[in-house]
Design a binder for this molecule. Structure first.
Ligand SMILES: Nc1nc2c(ncn2[C@@H]2O[C@H](COP(=O)(O)OP(=O)(O)OP(=O)(O)O)[C@@H](O)[C@H]2O)c(=O)[nH]1
Ligand SMILES: [Mg+2]
Length: 304
């Protein structure tokens, strides 16, 4: 993970080195600098304040006296916040349906292509529903990804009903005993309310066809949009219950703090992260590795 996170870790660690690390005393100025660095990394003010006051307490109770020890304490606080969430994908129905939603260009289709590949590597049988019928290119793009991973993809014509594609894909999975159905959806329709109506319909089709709502409804968010992503996320979260977030383009962002902002605002865990455009560039989110990458160059990570 660290190799791909150069930008985020550089931005964060450079700022820490240029301000916080230069402080000799753990006084108010030290904490002010720290707050500034956290907000600069896009954790949001609320999260930054929570970390800083938790750290003040830790410094007192653990009798911490150096900036380096304090930063190790901050890293521990940040890890604790991430470790409190369950990030596993639930895929134990037959079939389990995973729906990805998100604004256009966020990385839904790419994520599904990578996820299909990942699940197949784990030995699961997968069917893809190309339910973004709004653009012809979207159907073709999904087909290309399906081919790359050797996955069956169910498609309809341009402009066809998204719910009907999903229905057929589930029927096809049931007929073959496939374990997972991955549903690609549109990021944009004629209006935003059209989109939310369509997504609600997709949910109902899944419920009707499998007897349960989608096991996973994953909101795909581009990490580089930072705090702006939060408003979009609320709109989707209000329209349908989300079970997880996929944070994409983490390879190209300097905003390493977005993850805490999103999780605290939405109370939904980041389950997967996108670290590039290749088929293998989708990872299960690993909090410890993420923090090691973020603090690289500031705190030395022991080998092994
Ligand atoms: N660097 C990088 N690029 C990514 C990542 N995920 C997706 N992309 C790129 O982002 C662009 C948009 O990705 P798509 O998967 O088409 O996004 P989408 O959400 O399906 O878009 P719409 O279908 O238009 O709603 C493509 O050029 C992808 O290659 C990632 O994790 N890292
Ligand atoms: Mg797409």
């Amino acid at each position: 993970m660290s190799r791909r996170m150069d930008r985020a870790s550089l931005a964060f660690s450079e700022q820490v080195k240029d301000s916080v690390m230069l402080r000799r005393d753990l006084d108010d100025e030290f904490y002010d600098d720290l707050l500034e660095v956290l907000v600069g990394a896009d954790t949001g003010m609320g999260v930054a304040e929570t970390f800083v006051s938790a750290l003040r307490l830790r410094v007192k109770t653990e009798r911490i006296s150096t900036a380096e020890q304090a930063l190790a304490g901050l890293k521990a606080e940040m890890l604790e916040a991430l470790n409190s969430r369950d990030r596993r994908l639930s895929l134990d129905q037959s079939p389990s349906v995973v729906v990805v939603v998100g604004v256009n260009g966020s990385g839904k289709t790419t994520t599904l292509g990578k996820l299909a590949h990942r699940l197949k590597e784990e030995g699961r049988s997968v069917v893809i529903a190309a339910a973004d019928t709004f653009r012809a290119a979207a159907i073709d793009q999904m087909k290309v990804w399906a081919e790359r991973s050797g996955t069956l993809v169910v498609t309809h014509q341009l402009g066809a009903d998204a719910g009907a594609v999903v229905f057929d894909a589930i029927a096809s999975a049931q007929a073959r005993g496939a374990e997972v159905v991955l549903v690609d959806t549109a990021g944009r329709l004629h209006t935003k309310s059209n989109l939310m109506v369509e997504l609600a319909k997709v949910r109902r089709v899944v419920e009707r066809a499998t007897g349960a709502p989608p096991q996973e409804t994953l909101l795909v968010i581009e990490a580089p949009t930072g705090m702006n992503a939060i408003a979009q996320a609320h709109a989707f979260h209000e329209a349908m219950p989300l079970t997880g977030i996929v944070l994409t383009k983490l390879d190209g962002t300097s905003r390493g703090g977005t993850i805490w902002a999103i999780e605290s605002e939405l109370n939904v865990p980041v389950k997967l992260v996108g670290l590039g455009e290749g088929i293998d560039d989708l990872n299960v989110f690993d909090p410890a590795a993420y923090l090691d990458a973020l603090f690289a160059g500031v705190l030395d990570v022991p080998e092994g």
